[in-house]
Design a protein around this ligand. Structure first.
Ligand SMILES: C[S@@+](CC[C@H](N)C(=O)[O-])C[C@H]1O[C@@H](n2cnc3c(N)ncnc32)[C@H](O)[C@@H]1O
Length: 295
């Protein structure tokens, strides 16, 4: 797998978040390596960006990459739900979320996000906070573990996988991503082991979501974003799997349907990557972009 250096749906994101002329503010809630932010700062010379991330290592990369823009980029190390909850109302012209994790996390972070690597099972975006994937795998009851794998991985063999994990850890703690991947491969039926995706894909996704509380942060963040964006300003959200997309879709639908609605939906159907982008950048395949405007 090769690292991808351009941001997902970059043209579509720029088009759906028009920035007014003059001094304007974009909040990039998931700055990552700064790909989207860099495009916005280049396109709009008077724009300022507040760029959030929970991960200090990837944030350092963004700071370096965006240094040519000087003080037009302000990095903040914070989870987006926490930042937006106390941000000034009506202060941003646009807000962008590009949810999930970056290729950096799989390829360079050494925190066990990838089942193809031999790394300590951690998976925390902020390793100073919360519990690691190893704590979950070695500490949750068999039932709780199966529930996480089923709910956040939509894994049909969750019970088998959880049982195999518990059996193994009775002999020895599970420490490495490669060990866990091997336990999962052995636990599932043969045809699934050699199926379309690696049999550990869903379990690894589930652990990552559980470790970082990813899903529970989305709705509160969007609720705050509606207050923080100015009237006429837009919020764009890119999701990468159905669990995330469902939350975003229904939250926006419910909000837009209220009698005193504060938003209108710009994208009736989500925008998806062009065929060209899908071919060039395989991980973009599952991406969906939804946009709303504050009214
Ligand atoms: C898909 S990447 C963003 C890539 C970015 N748009 C770019 O063009 O480089 C998602 C980023 O969001 C960060 N992230 C995930 N959850 C977060 C949260 N709750 N608050 C802030 N940042 C978060 C991850 O650490 C990761 O760097």
């Amino acid at each position: 797998m090769e690292a991808v250096h351009y941001p997902v749906m970059h043209r579509e994101v720029l088009e759906s978040l028009p920035i007014p002329s003059g001094q304007a503010l974009l909040i990039d809630c998931t700055t990552g390596e700064g790909g989207h932010t860099s495009l916005f700062l280049s396109k709009y010379p008077d724009l300022r960006v507040i760029g959030l991330d929970r991960d200090r290592v990837i944030q350092r990369k963004a700071i370096e990459r965006l240094s040519p823009f000087g003080d037009r980029f302000t990095p903040v190390l914070c989870s987006f739900d926490e930042y937006l909850a106390s941000a000034k109302p009506d202060s941003a012209d646009a807000i962008l979320f590009d949810l999930g994790i970056s290729m950096f996390h799989y390829l360079e972070s050494e925190r066990g996000f990838s089942f193809r690597r031999d790394e300590k099972l951690d998976m925390r975006l902020n390793p100073d906070e919360g519990i690691s994937a190893a704590d979950i795998v070695n500490g949750y009851s068999e039932e709780a573990l199966a529930d996480v794998i089923y709910r956040y991985g939509e894994e049909r063999y969750s019970r088998r996988i959880s049982r195999a994990i518990v059996e193994r850890r009775q002999e020895k703690e599970i420490e490495l991503s490669s060990e866990l991947a091997e336990i999962i491969s052995r636990a599932v039926p043969r045809e699934y082991r050699y199926g379309r995706i690696h049999p550990a894909t869903r379990t690894f996704q589930a652990l990552r979501i559980e470790v970082n509380g990813e899903l529970s942060r989305i709705e509160p963040a969007l609720r705050s974003a509606i207050k923080v964006v100015k009237r006429g300003g837009r919020i764009a959200v890119i999701t990468f799997h159905s669990l995330e997309d469902r939350i975003v879709k229904w939250f926006f639908k419910d909000e837009a349907a209220k009698d005193d609605a504060e938003i209108r939906i710009i994208t009736r159907k989500p925008i998806v990557p062009s065929q060209e982008e899908e071919e060039e950048n395989t991980p973009s395949r599952s991406a969906k972009l939804r946009v709303v405007e504050r009214i």
